[in-house]
Design a protein around this ligand. Sequence first.
Ligand SMILES: [Fe+2]
Length: 296
Amino acid sequence: MSELTRVAAATPAKDITGAIERDGAVIVENLIDEQQAKTALDELRPHIEATPTGPDDFAGHQTTRTGALVARSPACRALVMHPSIIGMCDAFLLPNCKRYQLHLAQVIRLMPGQKKQPLHRDRLVWDDYLQGVEPQLNTLWALTDFTCENGATQVVPGSPAWPKDREAKAEEISYAEMPRGSVLVYSGTVIHAGGANNSAADRVGLNITYSLGWLRQEENQYLSCPPEIAKDLDPALQELLGYTMMSYALGYFTPPDPASGQSGIRPPEFALGRRPRKNRNRLQAPEDLTDSGRAG
Ligand SMILES: [Fe+2]
């Protein structure tokens, strides 16, 4: 079996992204502690329980996938903005965009009896139109322990460099076994899939993915977290959802209500009641995050 690289939580972001560029995936062990993972799971549990199982083999007939997590879950917001993950996104995605964005946030529960998911590359959401650029960075946080028995994610290290039509042999597949609080970080090009849950308990992972800011997001963040909810979030998180210009002209809007007295073009922040921040770099000091310059 090919082995996934495992690193400690304190490993510098550039060393972790080096492993992702080489293998397509890496496990960061215990990036949050057990209690943080349990707190997140407890908070998400009512939403998980209210979610129907998947409609097909790919989504999983014994799997639930629950979204709108930025709107619903403070614990999820904190993980979206986890400084170590943001550092990895900076290193991995900023070479190909001015800004990156939240692509999706989804809690995935594999219930007992769930079969293996078909192997795939996540960049398939853009079909084959996207060539020559790595579009995304994925995280899958273990909110329960991940074991081979309960459905640890299948990953094929090294597969990003493979020809598109090469299929993985069984001995080339690794399993992302990891204790609760660890996170599997992987590219959009590595071949992977959910495992089979042959245990008697749920396996729960929190999938938070980031993509280049000039691409369409997999989860429509403006619908999952509309302005009336987003206006009260941390400005840096608002920007990550997409409530900011991704380049000089990418992402403007015009308020549709004539009563607003606005008929020109406006940056997205205007819909949240503020102006764009002067400094929108991800790795700014926390005190800079409060300088939101409310629009009059
Ligand atoms: Fe996937």
